[in-house]
Each structure stands twice: as C-alpha cells, then as structure tokens.
Design a protein around this ligand. Structure first.
Ligand SMILES: [Zn+2]
Length: 296
C-alpha cells in the first residue's frame, strides 16, 4: 500500500475482526505487542493508522463503493472509510540477530515506529537485520529519519533483487534507496534469508514482493506483506482488485490462492495492514474469508 498519513485511528477498526481484544489506548499511539513463537519473541510494532476513503479509488469492487459499504456495514463498521493499520514486525531470539520486518511510513510522515521500538525495549542501533517485504513508502519510509539519513546504522537491509531494482527506479523512494544503498543485501525470491526465516515469493503487488516464513521449534508464522490490505474487504472478496497492486491480475491470483491455502492450513500470520498488532488466522466464511485475531 502507498499513501500519506492523514487520519486518526477509530474504534471502528476494532470491530473488523472475528475475535478482537480490548481497544488500544490512543490513536496512533506507539504500541508494541508480543507473541511467542517457539523460542522466538515476535512483536508487532505500530507505525500509523490510515483511513482509506470508500470512494472506489482503492478497492475496485465491480459494484462500486456501495458493494464495499455493504461489507463494512455487516460488522457495524463506519462505511465512509476503510481503516488500515501500518505495522512492523520485530523478531527476537535468533542468536546474534535482532530483526525488523518493514519500517512503516517513517517519522517524516508522522510514523511512530521508532517510539514503538523503544516501547519494545529496542534501540535502532540494536537492529542487525531489516527485511523488506516491498518498497512502497509505508514499508521503507522508516529506513531514514527526518534528516534523510539511515535510521538503523548497523543493520543489513535485505530485500529481493527485483525489489531493489524496482525501488531504485521509483521517484518517491529513490532518495531512500540512495541513503541506504551501502547497507543493502539482496536475495533471490524464495531464498532462505536468516536462520529460521525463509522468503516466500508473493507475486503481483510489486515486482519483488516477498513474504517471510518464520519457524521455531515446530511453530511457524508467515508475514504476508501486502498480499491482503483490509481484514474485512480483502478477505471477504479476494477477487476484487486494489489500486495499490502493480500487476493487478497477478496480485489477485496470488491473493486468491494464498488465502485459500492459509485458511486450509490454519497458518498463523502477521499482516502489516490488519488491525494492530496484526497476528491471527484467516478462516473460511460465507464464500470468502474472515479474520480471526490471535488470542492475546
Ligand atoms: Zn502497504
């Protein structure tokens, strides 16, 4: 997803899951929320909350905004906007590594990821590896500070080779690419990236869009990146295209097949744009799918 941060979080977001916990304290307040995975400590770190307008500009439902409204209405959500969270995933417990997957919008655009990392007890200098799902601004914006300089001085920044080529070609993120180029290490789509973390090619959103499968002691979690954006709309209607997808038909195909597989396998996932902290499972419901947030 690419957007500028303009909006505040509302309680409406909280109604968007099948089983959600108590509301977070404040709109876009820095937040860090833990989940155990085998020997690993995973932490959802919040950066921002965004309300996408329900005007047909983002979710391209064949029935137009009215069809989106019908989906939002069913769980009692506000129908004029589509709430989307922006979160990163911190991974601790891999010996010698402190890993962050995606970095949010960045401080320049009002992102609070740095404060959320602090709340999790991690300083930018402690991060050894940053894994990027893709190079849209709401995932790579936090790689630099308000001064345009790298935020994570010691980190190796990893992304697929096609994504790095794409990032360097995009006007809006070119300055970020220039600032971090000495820290970047690319890999082939689907490669093993770190001990316990393997990339998963999720084609269509951007040229090198990648999920990450994290495994520890027989447990696993998949960071799905931007395979799905709204925990309500993308799951109920994975066949609807979305403006943020570069290759819309390929992304649609990926979304349909991935969601089917995730629901079948009951795979635990992290979704950076689902209601914070983004941990849960996709479950089959009424011809589509619904979101079941992980028990907190
Ligand atoms: Zn996004």
């Amino acid at each position: 997803m690419r957007f500028s941060l303009t909006a505040l979080f509302t309680l409406a977001t909280l109604a968007s899951g099948v089983s959600l916990a108590a509301p977070p304290a404040a709109p876009t307040a820095p937040s860090a929320d833990d989940l155990r995975l085998g020997a690993l400590r995973l932490t959802g770190v919040r950066d921002a909350a965004f309300k996408a307008p329900n005007d047909g500009s983002i979710f391209q439902a064949p029935g137009g905004p009215a069809a989106v409204t019908a989906l939002l209405k069913a769980p009692g959500l506000s129908t004029d906007v589509i709430p989307l969270s922006v979160d990163g995933l911190l991974v601790r417990g891999i010996p010698g590594h402190v890993v962050l997957i995606d970095t949010g919008n960045g401080a320049k655009k009002g992102g609070v990821l740095a404060a959320s990392l602090a709340a999790a007890g991690v300083s930018p200098a402690q991060i050894t590896d940053i894994l990027i799902t893709h190079s849209h601004g709401d995932h790579v914006g936090g790689l630099v500070g308000t001064d345009g300089k790298p935020t994570f001085p010691r980190a190796t920044i990893r992304m697929t080779a096609p994504e790095w080529a794409y990032m360097r070609s995009q006007e809006d993120v070119k300055p970020i690419a220039a600032a971090i180029q000495g820290q970047v290490k690319t890999f082939a789509p689907g490669a093993a990236v770190l001990h316990g973390i393997t990339a998963v090619a999720l084609r269509g959103h951007t040229p090198g869009h990648s999920g990450y499968r994290i495994v520890s002691r027989g447990q696993s979690l998949l960071d799905i990146g931007d395979t799905a954006h709204s925990s309500v709309i993308s799951l109920a209607r994975p066949d609807w295209t979305i403006q943020f997808d570069n290759n819309k038909s390929l992304a649609r195909q990926t979304r349909i097949s991935e969601l089917r597989q995730l629901a079948r396998s009951r795979q635990l996932i992290f979704a950076p744009h689902f209601p914070f902290p983004g941990f849960g499972r996709v479950v089959a419901r009424a011809g589509g799918y619904a979101w079941a947030a992980a028990a907190r």
